[in-house]
Design a protein around this ligand. Structure first.
Ligand code: BZD
Length: 834
């Protein structure tokens, strides 16, 4: 679009406009109150004399949004002027949760808004509770993207996030009679004040059709004639940094019917049918796939992947071409980060644009590809790697399939020169998997075309080098890096645990740790200080009260604050071994039942809290949820047990529930069979909140041990390198009697539903115990006993808790992003002047 005014006119207008507006919105209590009331009246369209909490939240959110937009504009203008190299972070999932508190804290105006609201008779915290979660992701991978956006903004990096604006986020989990039911999360029902619809930023996205050879200026070129065209509309979500004016953009794409392509159907066919057909376009961005591991091979999923990739790539090219003419400069201005293989069609898409639309030679285009892409994998197992059936890809994206074949041909030819005719290895490394169904291996494509490949913890990267991508590592060792995940302390301490935040700032004498997490280490100096202990325990108590109230409101169960709050919250998976936790709880219950009065006095009371969603088609995971409920029913209603043991399942675990659960936990469990969790990020949030960890030596836990010391954690179980041998032992492996006993209790119907749980029990006994519950059981019980022993020694426990938080600095996403910026993307901060 052309600007409406030429430069001279615009300059004059700008002067006049500045005169009309205040330079920036003001943040004094009166201005804020006026703004909120203004939005009540004119945005929410309620009378300023009568509005409820939700309407007050909406008006508040719009007042905050106005301030956010000011900074966002300034940042975008600054980036445009400076034209730095940018990183484009491509992710099919972003799990943002709520935004209000995070935004006002990052903008540094939380207290001002809280004051203004209280003068209007409202409580900031109550209004913040009105906001729904944005759950546009499954689990760890998606929440990591959200944390990384916060760090990118805070560290002033010129970054843009790209993703999909799903209309239905991750399903809501509802528990009926102990069974999980899924309900749609139509999260936009009540509007979303944090997004800005950009009706003029749209791109056509093509699907299906045919590819023909044509001649252009005497050169042969490929022309893709699509069979379907859909419009991608941009929705911008400004992400503010903390302690900086920088506010970066998360651009999510929504699908809309295209006007360009199907006018013909209106002329020839039935008008109503034609309109109905157009509606189908919107289905592309309608739903998030609720599977956090396995690849499903569905056409809609592939369409989603290409849709968001194509729109993002067009946007990136448009931005580049605004200021640059020569594509050789592309790698100096563009870094493309693939968050897992989900966006890896971007490789073929960039190649297609360079070849077919910009008419670069293959050689030049390929040279650019090899300089701009980097790839993070979040997967450990070969089965987790995404494969796309060739038929599906060829039908939906015929030109992309050709390009992938060409990339593969060149690669295999080169490879032969390097390794000779080692057919097994050539077959393993090829992008194309031959077999009954021919597949494209998206991970191989990503590794071959990226200059850098990384895992998400040291152990994970090690497993990539020695197992998953060994062939590639042997060929290109320089490509492989490790980047241990991190989480943002802004969300996971400052927003979710304000009392701890205040305490830390008081004891460190500064708030600087909010941007410079390494300062937390300073808490070590006071780890034995009695006064700090008192205050530390007080903070935990406040958070436990909040959690206990939530539990009571949700389930009617009253829990004792003196008990150890023992939490395992994460997606339900066999490898995460929630079952091990439940078996441990049954064992504990059984022991208490068989104790005499005196021994019972020594029992450490526990409130065991489990939460997490199971993928809708994952039967075993759903059975684990049901088992948790029947065991809870039995224990919680056993008067003989009282407060010694309680079990609670927290339904619909999501970001906002996590913000309340994590600060209230004394102990948290991370039980994955070693070698199965790529990193794990929940543990980092617990650690930052001074919660003690009971964990296997898996993923990033190993690095946590290095930071806080083995004495301050409860480690157990087989190590990653021992797992294969243990599995091989199979039937000869001796499992402890205690294990057989608790499994027998389930089999015998001690908790009811014995037929239903039979398959679950079969999965963990004998040769089928793939995740080694039996093998790790004794060691698990010992770790639990050690946790009990530490808990009764209040002073020791508090010291361990302080040391956990003090040692958590390494697990900030600020550190991770800094490493990516320096070692992977080669980008510099670009700070917007205040
Ligand atoms: O990514 C997780 C890993 O399992 C964790 O170990 C790791 O800490 C985090 C962050 O790196 N993986 C996922 O969350 N994966 C998905 O959610 C997912 C979603 C769709 C399809 C495949 C996987």
């Amino acid at each position: 679009r052309k600007p409406r005014l030429d430069f001279a006119e615009r300059k004059g207008q700008a002067q006049r406009m500045l005169g009309l507006m205040d330079v920036f919105l003001k943040n004094d209590p009166i201005s804020l109150q006026k703004d909120i009331l203004h939005h009540v009246e004119y945005t929410v369209a309620r009378s300023r004399f009568s509005f409820d909490d939700f309407e007050a939240y909406q008006a508040l959110a719009h007042s905050v949004r106005d301030r956010l937009i000011e900074r966002w504009h300034d940042t975008l203008i600054h980036f445009k002027k400076e034209d730095p190299k940018r990183v484009y972070f491509l992710s099919l999932e972003f799990l943002m949760g709520r935004s209000l508190s995070n935004i006002v804290i990052n903008l540094g105006i939380r207290d001002q808004f809280a004051d203004a609201l209280s003068q209007l008779g409202f409580d900031f915290e109550v209004l913040a509770e009105q906001e729904g979660d944005a759950c546009l992701g499954n689990g760890g991978l998606a929440r990591l993207s959200a944390c990384q956006m916060d760090s990118l903004a805070t560290l002033d990096y010129p970054a843009v996030g790209y993703g999909l604006r799903y209309q239905y986020g991750l399903f809501r989990q509802v528990i009926v009679d102990g069974f999980q039911h899924e309900q749609p999360d139509y999260w936009l029902n009540f509007g979303n004040p944090w997004e800005i619809e950009r009706v003029h930023i749209t791109y056509p996205v093509k699907f299906y059709g045919t590819v023909t050879d044509e001649f252009l200026n005497g050169e042969k070129c490929k022309v893709w004639v699509p069979g379907e065209m859909v419009e991608a509309v941009a929705y911008d979500n400004p992400i503010p940094g903390y302690g900086t004016r920088n506010t970066i953009n998360l651009r999510l794409w929504a699908a809309k019917p295209s006007d360009q392509h199907d006018m013909e159907s209106f002329n020839t066919g039935d008008y109503v049918d034609a309109v109905v057909n157009r509606q189908r376009a919107e289905s592309i961005s309608s739903i998030l796939y609720p599977d956090d591991r396995s690849y499903q091979g569905k056409e809609l999923r592939l369409k989603q992947q290409y849709f968001f990739v194509s729109a993002s790539v067009q946007d990136i090219f448009r931005r580049f071409k605004d200021t640059h003419k020569k594509f050789d400069e592309f790698p100096e201005k563009v870094a493309l980060q693939l968050n897992d293989t989900h966006p890896s069609l971007a490789i073929a898409e960039v190649m297609r644009v360079l070849l077919d639309e910009e008419h670069l030679s293959w050689h030049r285009a390929w040279d650019i590809i090899c300089k701009i892409f980097s790839f993070t994998t979040h997967t450990v197992s070969p089965e987790g790697l995404e494969k796309i059936p060739v038929d599906l890809l060829g039908n939906l994206l015929p030109r992309h399939l050709q390009i992938i074949y060409d990339i593969n041909f060149n690669f295999v030819e080169e490879l032969k020169k390097m390794i000779g005719l080692d057919y097994d290895r050539l077959t393993r490394m090829s992008i194309v998997e031959e077999g009954a169904v021919k597949n494209i291996r998206m991970a191989n494509l990503s590794v071959i075309c990226s200059h850098t490949v990384n895992g998400v913890s040291r152990l994970h990267s090690e497993l990539l080098r020695t197992k998953l991508f060994k062939d590639f590592y042997d060929l290109w060792p320089h490509k492989f890096q490790y980047k241990t995940n991190g989480v943002t302390q802004r969300r996971w301490i400052v927003v979710s645990n304000p009392s701890l935040c205040a305490l830390i700032s008081k004891w460190l004498g500064t708030e600087a740790w909010i941007c410079d997490i390494d300062l937390l280490i300073g808490l070590r100096d006071s780890a034995t200080n009695a006064e700090l202990h008192q205050e530390w325990k007080m903070v935990k108590k406040v958070n436990k009260i909040r959690l206990a109230e939530y539990i009571e409101a949700m389930s009617g169960l009253k829990v004792s604050l003196d008990a150890m709050f023992d939490v395992q919250t994460k997606r339900i998976h066999e490898y995460k071994r929630q079952l091990l936790n439940i078996l441990g709880i049954i064992h504990r219950y059984d022991c208490i039942k068989n104790m005499d009065k005196n021994d019972r006095k020594k029992v450490v009371p526990r409130v065991c809290i489990i939460g997490g969603k199971a993928a809708p088609g994952y039967e075993i995971a759903k059975k684990i949820i049901k088992l948790c409920h029947v065991v809870a029913e039995k224990i919680n209603n056993d008067n003989d047990i009282g407060d010694l043991l309680k079990l609670v399942f927290i339904p619909d675990y999501n970001v906002s529930v996590a913000e309340m659960v994590i600060p209230g936990a004394d102990l948290s469990q991370h039980l994955s069979t070693a070698g199965h969790e790529a990193s794990g990020t929940g543990s980092m949030k617990f650690l930052m909140n001074g919660c003690l960890l009971l964990a296997t030596a898996d993923g990033s836990t190993i690095e946590m041990v290095e930071e806080i010391g083995q004495d301050n954690m409860f480690l157990f179980g087989a190590k990653a390198h021992e797992v294969v041998a243990l599995r091989k032992k199979g039937p000869t492996l001796k499992v402890p009697l205690q294990f057989s006993r608790v499994v027998r209790m389930i089999r015998d119907g001690h908790f009811g539903f014995e037929d239903y749980f039979k398959s679950l029990c079969d999965k963990i006994e004998g040769t089928s115990d793939y995740f080694l519950l039996g093998a790790d059981f004794m060691s698990y019980l010992e770790a639990q006993a050690a946790a009990d022993k530490a808990f009764v020694d209040e002073e020791r426990w508090t010291k361990m808790s302080i040391l956990s938080a003090a040692g958590s600095g390494r697990f900030s996403s600020d550190r991770t992003i800094q490493e990516y910026a320096e070692n992977t993307w080669d980008i510099q901060p670009c700070r917007c002047p205040f």
